[in-house]
Design a protein around this ligand. Structure first.
Ligand code: GLU
Length: 424
């Protein structure tokens, strides 16, 4: 039998990390060779050059990507990241994780991800609008409500989704709200979408604390990253009664054992853009933040921050992965061997975002809109179901919780591919 050609296109630390996770899960469920590579590798990708006229009259060409990992069970789904360190390999890894995530929680989607190599904070509002519109213009024939449905991710937001929806709608000649999710409410965005990822992270964290008989109102939490996911996780945990003792962003971290005043921090970030010089606690390093003693540590920023260098030094009881891929394979192994940390894996922990994106898409397609309570109630119901399935799989096969979640997600994708057969 000929071996699959392993593409060098996506090769990078983070893509190799996602592949190793897949291989381990595929071995654990004895996934047949004939279906493995088809399930593992991204289906297709598009790389685009995005020229943008700058305020001084010059033109900068940005590079953007969209990777569609799997389209076997419905349109592919996943955010678009605007960040200066985006690579095609990273986008491919994130697309792969979207496949397992949507499949695990039972959404009729495959996985995808997009990215543009840009630091959005260095652009004016109008440059950002041109870049966002140009990205969607290039994607017009690659995405669509029944093909691939983008959403926000790190560095993108409702406003950007609105520009993209407008660009796509102008192209097709009618309002196409279901082409992206995470839109403003006025354009068909869903109630509860903005806070959905953080609300889900906090809800699952509370559930796992209950399983451990640790009352959430006595818990302390450390939040790494204070963007949409980090700040909404912090707010929701604090509404449950937990004390947020440290927060951070890429400019540094702040520690306050009495509890961070979150409203003050949010107001500060709204005006200053970062937490730099925020005086709500003692400044500490980003590395020190991860090693603070706490009940809950929630990495809510980028990939690969919990590594073999710090995994042995973590002092949390629950590790809630708000980010995608925050824990390296080596760190996973250390955490498993330690056995004293409950890890809520990314594909489960942060799935609230894409679940409410699914609700948004359903509302757009039916032109019938739900209230916030209904959205949140349905979200928590789906999270409960996914949590129960993951924990049953964990017990049944004595897997780590990550392996339990990945095997469930991967098995369902592989089953769908198997049932569809291979086009001759
Ligand atoms: N970017 C988010 C994620 O990583 C949301 C994706 C979506 O809503 O489609 O899950």
């Amino acid at each position: 039998m000929s071996k699959a050609i392993v593409s060098s296109l996506y090769d990078s630390d983070v893509f190799r990390m996602a592949c190793r996770q897949f291989d381990k899960a595929a071995d654990a469920i004895s996934l047949p060779e004939a279906i493995r590579d088809r399930t593992k590798y991204p289906r297709r990708c598009l790389a685009v050059s995005l020229p943008v006229k700058r305020r001084d009259g010059s033109v900068t060409v940005f590079e953007g990507y969209r990777v569609q990992h799997n389209l076997s069970t419905g349109p592919s789904k996943g955010g678009i990241r605007f960040h200066q360190h985006v690579t095609l390999g990273e986008v491919a890894a994130l697309a792969m994780w979207m496949s397992w995530k949507t499949s695990l929680v039972g959404l009729p989607y495959g996985g995808a991800k997009g990215g543009v190599i840009v630091n959005p904070s260095e652009l004016t509002e109008s440059e950002l609008e041109h870049l966002s519109r140009r990205y969607m213009q290039e994607m017009v024939n690659f995405v669509g409500p029944h093909v691939d449905v983008p959403a926000p991710d790190v560095g993108t937001n409702e406003k950007i989704m609105a520009w993209m929806m407008d660009t796509y709608s102008n192209h097709v000649g009618h309002v196409a709200s279901a082409v992206v999710t995470g839109k403003p409410i006025a354009l068909g965005g869903s109630q509860g979408r903005r806070e959905a990822t953080g609300a889900g992270v906090a809800y699952l964290t509370k559930k796992y604390l209950e399983d451990l008989k640790l009352p959430v109102n006595k818990a302390t939490a450390v939040i790494q990253g204070f963007g949409n996911v980090g700040s909404e996780t912090a707010l929701a945990l604090s509404n449950y009664g937990a004390k947020i003792i440290a927060i951070s962003d890429y400019t540094g971290a702040v520690y306050n054992p009495k509890g961070i005043d979150l409203n003050k921090a949010l107001t500060y970030v709204r005006y200053q853009k970062t937490l730099h010089d925020f005086d709500g606690g003692e400044p500490i390093s980003n590395d020190a933040l991860l090693e603070l003693k706490c009940t809950v540590l929630a990495p809510c920023a980028l990939e690969r921050v919990i590594t073999d260098k710090n995994a042995a030094k973590l002092k949390c009881r629950v590790l809630a992965e708000g980010a995608n891929g925050p824990t390296t394979n080596a760190a996973d192994k250390i955490i498993e061997e330690r056995g004293d940390i409950e890890l809520i894996p990314d594909v489960l922990c942060n799935s609230g975002g894409v679940i409410v994106s699914y609700f948004e898409w359903l509302q757009n397609l039916s032109n019938y809109y739900w209230g916030r309570d209904e959205v949140l109630q349905k979200l928590f119901g789906m999270l409960d179901k996914a949590k129960d399935a993951v924990d049953a799989q964990k017990r049944k096969f004595k897997f780590s919780r990550r392996l339990a979640a990945l095997t469930l997600g991967i098995q369902r994708v592989a089953d769908a591919k198997q049932s569809r057969g291979l086009f001759p």
